[in-house]
Design a protein around this ligand. Structure first.
Ligand code: PBG
Length: 335
């Protein structure tokens, strides 16, 4: 009689489970998003995102100081400027924050910066519109994104991360960075960014919801003409291939959990670049809301966040952008 296979033998104790495990999440893989808002008097909590704030210029720096003490040294910064326009945008506000972070923290932080127009425009679209507000113009938008990316890189960003989804922006930004003596600046592409409902809490934080007709200047109610349709996996593959070919150093899938299949496929198809995944605001908030309702039991939100991160790493991500990064060391039980 052959010995029967026991799968439970390796599940029997914490120590056997630790040995058998194939996926481990490390705090060093996590990236913490930060919001800094021009003209804000006091920092404000972001609804749904426990422990995340819309920071003032001052509190941004104390937040980073606290994060460094908690072992978090990688950030994705969103600059939210006060004046909203339709064109001729001014990237000075975010650039000044980048320079100040660099001055104060030097090489102890890795600072990536989101490059997009949505929190700078009156209408909340991620680009420059045509005259009647019915379309986002690709070339005009890319020209602006290039200006923003070069400005942020000059101010000291380690990495620029275009999240707009225009055609050709990766190649254009790479060329401009290289021409400007910024060949060391990393380029992280939101390559597989879907047209998702899970961005809700973020849009309040970044003041970037598409305002549609009520803006008076836009006929577009949403971002479906440039973000990827949730049912179109092929488009995500084409977008990631294109951005890799145009010179993206890091590729991203966004959101995370609803797109695990995409992350797994793309990270295998394009295996010569690191993959990032953005656990977006709605995903993060969903876990926090469950915990708030007492639906996650005594352990609360932490173990559920760790489970979500584990699935993202298991699917192929090296980098996890998450609002919970600053709790990573605690939740992952690591010093
Ligand atoms: C903007 C941008 C978005 C996010 C990051 N940059 C979403 C959007 O299209 O509104 C989403 C992040 C999140 O939900 O956490 N272009």
């Amino acid at each position: 009689m052959s010995a029967s296979l026991s799968l439970r033998r390796l599940r029997q104790s914490r120590l056997t489970r630790e040995l058998a495990r194939g996926t481990r999440v490390l705090p060093e893989q996590l990236v913490q998003p930060l919001f800094v808002v021009e003209g804000l008097r006091d920092r404000e909590p972001v609804p749904g995102l426990t422990g995340v704030y819309r920071d003032t210029e001052k509190t941004l720096l104390t937040q980073i100081e606290n994060d460094l003490e908690r072992g978090v040294s990688k950030f994705l910064l969103f600059g939210v400027q006060a004046s909203k326009r339709r064109e001729a945008f001014d990237y000075g506000f975010a650039a000044r924050q980048i320079a100040e972070v660099r001055r104060q923290f030097g090489d102890s932080v890795f600072l990536s910066v989101d490059v997009c127009l949505c929190s700078s425009t009156e209408h909340g679209q991620c680009g420059v519109l045509n005259a009647d507000g019915s379309r986002v113009l690709n070339r005009e938008t890319v020209d602006e994104l290039v200006r923003a990316a070069v400005t942020y890189a000059q101010a000291g960003a380690d990495c620029v991360a275009p999240s707009d989804m225009m055609d050709g922006r990766i190649g254009a930004i790479r060329a401009a960075l290289d021409a400007g003596g910024l060949e060391q600046t990393l380029l992280m592409s939101y390559a597989a960014k879907f047209h998702s409902r899970f961005y809700g809490p973020f849009r309040a934080a970044a003041d970037s919801a598409p305002k549609g007709l009520e803006s008076g200047v836009s006929q577009l109610q949403d971002r479906a003409t440039y973000q990827i349709d949730p049912g179109n996996a092929r488009d995500a593959l084409a977008s990631a291939r294109r951005d890799a070919a145009e010179g993206a150093d890091i590729l991203m899938v966004k959101p995370g959990l609803p797109y695990l299949d995409i992350l797994q496929t793309l990270s295998r198809e394009i295996a010569d670049r690191p993959w990032a995944v953005y656990e977006v605001s709605g995903e993060y908030a969903a876990i926090e809301l469950m915990a708030g309702e007492g639906l996650l039991g005594a352990g609360g939100a932490g173990p559920a966040h760790v489970e979500a991160w584990t699935s993202l790493v298991r699917a192929g991500a090296q980098i996890v952008i998450t609002y919970g990064a600053r709790n990573g060391r605690e939740w992952l039980g690591r010093k």
